[in-house]
Write a protein that binds this ligand. Structure first.
Ligand SMILES: [Ca+2]
Length: 516
């Protein structure tokens, strides 16, 4: 009972102390190896000028929200001119989409973010352009056009065998890679769809154009790094070594102008395919982590995720110690995490406890911190953020009629701030815990080797003198175990988990972290 009372006091103190907006500074200097990155879809974030579309000045206005949450960096989904709402098909690589504002707005955002010690990472989509990009407009004019070789062209009869043979992949359900522009017998290659022709990276001129674009954003605009979209598709699937070599060259070119440039790659695949990209892309998204988290809940098998993560880290460490494990709870391509967890608030909060108590540099997707909802199609997992109740919400974007995240289903941020048990305050509390405990952010992962009930996920996080023991109960039943010797001091408890005389009591979906 004594410990439970202490915990109650501790959690009240934690909530009280986190209200002042101060974030622990102990771990912050370790971004990007540790620290949180917050993914923003500007279109849906905050509309500052009332045209219904979120914009750059809206983000600038809301930087304090990112800071209050405890994030150290922002990743912006594409910001360049494009004909599509998501903007993953670029028409001008050195401009800002007019819906989002101007280059001056963006430079101002970077200046304000840097004042708050927030890094800025932008999506860089170089595998393909839009068909409306001037390079492609030229390229399709004919075989003699100087831009012909910027893209991949083939005569119809040489690709007859490939025309309808592609199988779908994890990151694309397109089955047709060669497209007919309607100007004769040549087809162009577009991995994702006909509106996104792939650039030809065998052409040194294309590579130099891309490096020039990278230098522009780093030197002239001042971003801190790039998230590299579709990184394994630069060359076709049967040329993985060429992909690996390209990213090494890209990194070398970028570090010439910015030695500490941050590069995080999207290689949507298993660890064996992902790992060889590390020399070029030192941070890679950990898709295995995301899917194994969902699988662990589905099978109520806690150690499944702990073991998988250990396996991944050991695998990467055997290749290089220069890597950043970009874990994530969800992103703009996944159903909202709350939907993936049966809309169960306890599971959802616990899933964030898991993410924040495991190794890696976690990414959070905007809106998660208020429990936004959404399922495919993609537009509906990218719905407008709810800052306040609709009648008071001046900045709420209206470019789409939301189907999932409305006032009736999601409590807006302004209301959540005053609720001690809200998602927002939960996110803040667990992020703050991570940011102020070096073992949580930087520690090694050691599995708890004793046999534990299948419902539990149990592991140690160890860094210098701090040694932590972490347990989560992934089931809807209470489970009791004996704590490891010498671990009796709870630094965190969720869902009424407690420890009395070495006995851990873990109610359904509860978590506890003990310090040695
Ligand atoms: Ca706007």
């Amino acid at each position: 009972m004594k410990n439970y009372l202490l915990l109650s006091i501790l959690s009240v103190l934690t909530i009280l102390s986190s209200c002042d907006g101060n974030i622990g500074t102990d771990v912050k200097n370790h971004w990007p190896h540790a620290g949180i990155t917050y993914e923003i879809f500007i279109q849906s974030f905050y509309d500052s000028d009332g045209d219904g579309i979120g914009d750059i000045n809206g983000v600038t206005k809301k930087l304090y929200h990112v800071k209050e949450l405890g994030a150290d960096a922002i990743w912006f989904m594409p910001i360049m001119p494009s004909p599509s709402y998501h903007k993953y098909d670029v028409t001008d690589y050195k401009e800002i989409h007019p819906d989002y504002g101007t280059m001056d707005d963006f430079k101002n955002l970077i200046k304000e973010a840097h004042k708050k010690d927030i890094k800025i990472v932008i999506d860089m989509i170089i595998n393909h352009t839009s068909t409306e990009h001037p390079w492609f407009q030229e390229s399709q004019k004919g075989r003699d056009n100087p831009y012909r070789d910027y893209y991949v062209w083939a005569q119809k009869d040489t690709i007859a065998d490939f025309l309808n043979k592609k199988t779908i992949t994890l990151d694309s359900d397109n089955i047709r890679q060669w497209h007919d522009p309607g100007h004769g017998e040549d087809f162009y290659y577009g991995f994702f769809y006909g509106g996104m022709p792939d650039l030809n990276f065998d052409n040194p001129k294309v590579r130099e154009e891309i490096y020039d674009i990278g230098r522009f954003w780093l030197e002239e605009v001042g971003v801190d790094g790039f998230r590299l979209d579709a990184a394994k598709h630069i060359f076709p699937d049967d040329r993985p070594e060429d992909n690996h070599a390209f990213w090494k060259e890209f990194r070398e070119e970028m570090t010439k102008v910015k030695p500490d440039v941050y590069l995080v790659g999207e290689v949507y695949d298993m660890k064996e395919i992902v790992a060889p990209y590390l020399p070029g892309l030192p941070a890679l998204f950990n898709f295995d982590f995301h899917y194994t988290l969902l699988e662990a809940y589905d099978k109520v098998d806690g150690m499944l995720l702990a073991k998988k993560q250990k396996e991944i880290l050991d695998f990467y460490n055997a290749i290089t110690d220069d890597f950043i494990d970009a874990t994530f709870s969800s992103n703009h391509d996944q159903p909202r995490l709350l939907n993936s967890l049966d809309q169960n608030p306890k599971k959802y909060k616990q899933a964030i406890n898991i993410l924040m108590s495991m190794p890696g540099a976690p990414y959070l997707y905007y809106g998660e911190e208020i429990g936004m909802l959404g399922k495919k199609p993609d537009e509906n997992i990218r719905e407008p953020f709810l800052w306040d109740i609709k009648a008071n919400d001046k900045g709420r974007a209206t470019w789409i009629e939301p189907e999932y995240s409305i006032d009736d289903t999601v409590t807006p941020l302004a209301i959540q701030k005053s609720m001690s048990t809200s998602y927002f305050n939960h996110y803040k509390e667990i992020i703050r815990l991570r940011n102020t405990n070096r073992a949580l952010a930087l520690g090694n992962l050691e599995l708890y080797e004793e046999s534990v009930p299948k419902e539990l996920m149990a592991y140690y996080r160890i860094h210098d003198k701090q040694e932590l023991f972490v347990v989560h109960n992934l089931s809807d039943q209470e489970v009791k175990i004996t704590a490891p010797e010498d671990y009796s001091w709870p630094i965190y408890s969720f869902g009424m988990a407690d420890i009395q005389e070495g006995q851990l009591r873990l109610p359904a979906y509860s978590s506890i972290i003990l310090e040695k």
